[in-house]
Structure formats: structure tokens, C-alpha cells
Write a new protein. Structure first.
Length: 402
């Protein structure tokens, strides 16, 4: 087989399928070919990325029982992992007994980075940029008047000097543009500002233009979600609610001091977050990168969430993360499933979507901790996993007989 296929991108979707089948020596498989051809508007998908041959479908489940800031919401989750939707729904059911999730917008600005290298005098360069902050903001906003009209735009700058002893090369000055992107994720707007302003920033600094791009460590676009669960609601079998609460808090503390545990703990949080990000057509890779970087900001990778016992003996949880999602532009408006997902939740602002996403992440985290701290993760998970294995066996059997 050769992966060298000249002009592949010029072919139609159907032609690409035939070429790929021939190049890889794939035998005819009616089920596979039908799956490639159905389930999505392949013509639309062909406009999203290059060399499309079909669509890849994930199960779209609906997490129920969620109440976020006093509003009931049905949450779409695009995910293949067994028990994720069930766990989120079950924990949301317990949390709604105490009023549901309470969320906050902590800050709502994206960061664009302009790197200036070979800066001869960092102190003088920093002063030169600071003196021009008003001009920088004005010129950035002139690049996107529609964003300004919508209530957003560049609102400030940050200046970060790095001496040669730190960079290992030359003195660098990194200028952050802080941009309110309103209801868009904002990558295109921020990157345009960075690239347009970079030559002048370099000139004022006396250095050379380096990289110009947004940062996915969006710690200036942060949200939080909190919840409380009554101890009596979280009992498991013969274990009392107070004992389960104690075990959950202990398990959560484990993830605060051991990065090996923190990684798996946080993966459980992202089990809830990623499926909603995917279902709404947002960039789950950017969200993942930002969340994990934020968890390591103190110099050690730690838990993204906090769990503690309140004065009444009930369990309380909190999750704070950067959340760079939007409801305008790109796939969020073009893909029919993304549109359906946004309409289902009734979100009108990107911040509303971010706060729902964090609530699902916190619910999913609670579900995993409760299972781990009591009966173990395998009991419920493996029951669903075995169902998938049986289904795979059935599918293999039907494929071989077709």
C-alpha cells in the first residue's frame, strides 16, 4: 500500500472513497460503506476539513435532571464511553434536591500573545509599550468594529519580560492583548489583532517579531460551578451517607497532592466536559489544553475540583476552569447537530454554555468519586462495557455472514 496519492484533495468524496479502498486493499463491507455515506451531510463536512471521505458518528446522549442557576436544562453529550451520561444524570438528580448548580462568570477575556525577541533593553521596551496602551487598544478595536459593536473588543494589555537567562536565547518581551470576544470562541479575532499589531510592537520594543497567536491557557476567561449534596442522598448500600461523604472528601484530597491520581481524577471531570463541547461544535482540544494547564499553574499538576464537608455534614463541591467556547461562528452554526444541541439547552450567551459545561464536569466528577470511594468503578462501568462487548460480537457475526 502507498499513502502517496497525488491530487487526492481534488477528488469528490465518492472518488476518494474508491481510491482509499483500492489503495488499502479493503474488501467490500456494506455496513462500513453505508456508515461512511450516511448520518451526515457529507457535502457540508467536505467544507470543514480536507480529504473527507465520510462522517464519523458518536452517540448523542441527553443528560437529564440538571438545574443550573435555577433553570432546568437538558444537556446533549456526544461520547462513546459507557456510563458517562448515566453518571452525570444520576448525580444531577441528587444535586437538584438542594437547588442544583450555582455558577459564576469570574472573568471573560481571551488572551492574544505577541512575542518580541532580541530585545536590547527589557526595561525600556516595557515602558515604551506601557506608554502606548491606549493606542494599542484603540488600534486593536479598529480591526474588528463588529466585535466592539457587540459589546466586546480589546480591553487591556499585559506585558511580560523574559530575560535571556530564562529563555536560553535572547531577551523576550511577551505582550498579552486581553480581548472580550463576547459569544464567539474568538480565535480569529484575537489572532488578527496579534498579527496586525506585531510589527509596531516590535518597533517600539527594539526587537524582532516572534509568534503572534492566542493562548489556550485562557485563565482570563474563567467560570466556576458549585453544588451541595445532602449526606443522606448519597448513601450507597450499607454505607451511610456520612461515611460516603467522608470517603469522597478523602479521595478528592488524594488528587490534590498526587499528580498520578490527579490525572485520572481530572480525566473524569473532562469525561463530562468534552462531550458537551463536542456536541456544540466547539474545540474540545483547546478546552482540554487550557484545563490541564490551569491545573498545573502552581508548579505541580493537581485536581481541578474541590470537595469538602460543610457544617451540616453535607458534601460540597466546586470546579473552576478556563472555558473557551462560543455559540457563534464555525461549526457551532453550520453543523445541524451542533445547532440542535445549542437550541436544546436554550443558551443565548457563550457564558451560559460555559457554566452548563462546568456543571456537567462537576457532576461527572462526583459520580466517579462516589463509585471509586464505595463499590469501585468497575461494577457499574463493566455492566455497560459488557453490553458493548456483546454488541461487538453480534456485529462481527452479522458482518461475516453478509
Amino acid at each position: 500500500m502507498s499513502s502517496r496519492i497525488p491530487g487526492f484533495y481534488k477528488l469528490s468524496v465518492e472518488e476518494r472513497r474508491r481510491v482509499v479502498h483500492a489503495a488499502a486493499g479493503l474488501e467490500e463491507d456494506k455496513a462500513r460503506d453505508a456508515a461512511l455515506a450516511s448520518g451526515a451531510d457529507v457535502g457540508l463536512l467536505d467544507q470543514f476539513v480536507e480529504n473527507v471521505v465520510g462522517g464519523f458518528s458518536l452517540p448523542l446522549g441527553i443528560a437529564v435532571n440538571f438545574v443550573v442557576d435555577g433553570e432546568d436544562v437538558l444537556v446533549p453529550m456526544a461520547v462513546e464511553e459507557s456510563s458517562v451520561v448515566a453518571a452525570a444524570s444520576n448525580m444531577a438528580r441528587l444535586i437538584r434536591n438542594t437547588g442544583g448548580f450555582r455558577t459564576k462568570v469570574l472573568e471573560d477575556r481571551m488572551i492574544g500573545q505577541v512575542q518580541i525577541s532580541d530585545v536590547p533593553d527589557l526595561e525600556a521596551a516595557e515602558a515604551a509599550i506601557a506608554d502606548r496602551e491606549t493606542e494599542i487598544i484603540r488600534r486593536a478595536n479598529e480591526l474588528d468594529p463588529r466585535l466592539v459593536e457587540a459589546g466586546g473588543g480589546c480591553t487591556g494589555i499585559e506585558i511580560r519580560p523574559f530575560e535571556a537567562s530564562v529563555t536560553g536565547t535572547t531577551n523576550n518581551l511577551v505582550i498579552h492583548l486581553l480581548v472580550n470576544t463576547v459569544d464567539a470562541m474568538g480565535a480569529n479575532a484575537v489572532n488578527t489583532m496579534c498579527e496586525s499589531l506585531a510589527p509596531d510592537l516590535a518597533s517600539w520594543s527594539g526587537g524582532q517579531v516572534g509568534l503572534r497567536i492566542l493562548s489556550n491557557l485562557a485563565d482570563r476567561r474563567r467560570y466556576s460551578a458549585e453544588c451541595r449534596v445532602r449526606a443522606e442522598d448519597i448513601a450507597v448500600g450499607s454505607l451511610s451517607g456520612s461515611e460516603v461523604v467522608r470517603r469522597i472528601v478523602s479521595a478528592a484530597n488524594f488528587a490534590c497532592w498526587d499528580p498520578y491520581r490527579a490525572t485520572t481524577h481530572n480525566k473524569g471531570i473532562m469525561n463530562g466536559i468534552d462531550p458537551v463541547v463536542v456536541a456544540t461544535g466547539n474545540d474540545w482540544r483547546a478546552v482540554e489544553a487550557g484545563a490541564h494547564s490551569f491545573a498545573a499553574k502552581g508548579g505541580q499538576y493537581r485536581s481541578m475540583s474541590e470537595w469538602w464537608l460543610d457544617e451540616q455534614g453535607d458534601l460540597c463541591g466546586r470546579l473552576e476552569l478556563p472555558m473557551q467556547v462560543g455559540i457563534l461562528g464555525g461549526v457551532t452554526r453550520l453543523h445541524p447537530m451542533a445547532r440542535f444541541s445549542l437550541e436544546l439547552m436554550g443558551v443565548k450567551k457563550a457564558g451560559e454554555l460555559a457554566r452548563i459545561i462546568l456543571s456537567v464536569g462537576l457532576a461527572q466528577n462526583l459520580g466517579a468519586l462516589r463509585a471509586l470511594a464505595t463499590e469501585g468503578i468497575q461494577k457499574g462501568h463493566m455492566r455497560l462495557h459488557q453490553r458493548n462487548i456483546a454488541l461487538a460480537d453480534e456485529t462481527d457475526g452479522s458482518s461475516s455472514s453478509s
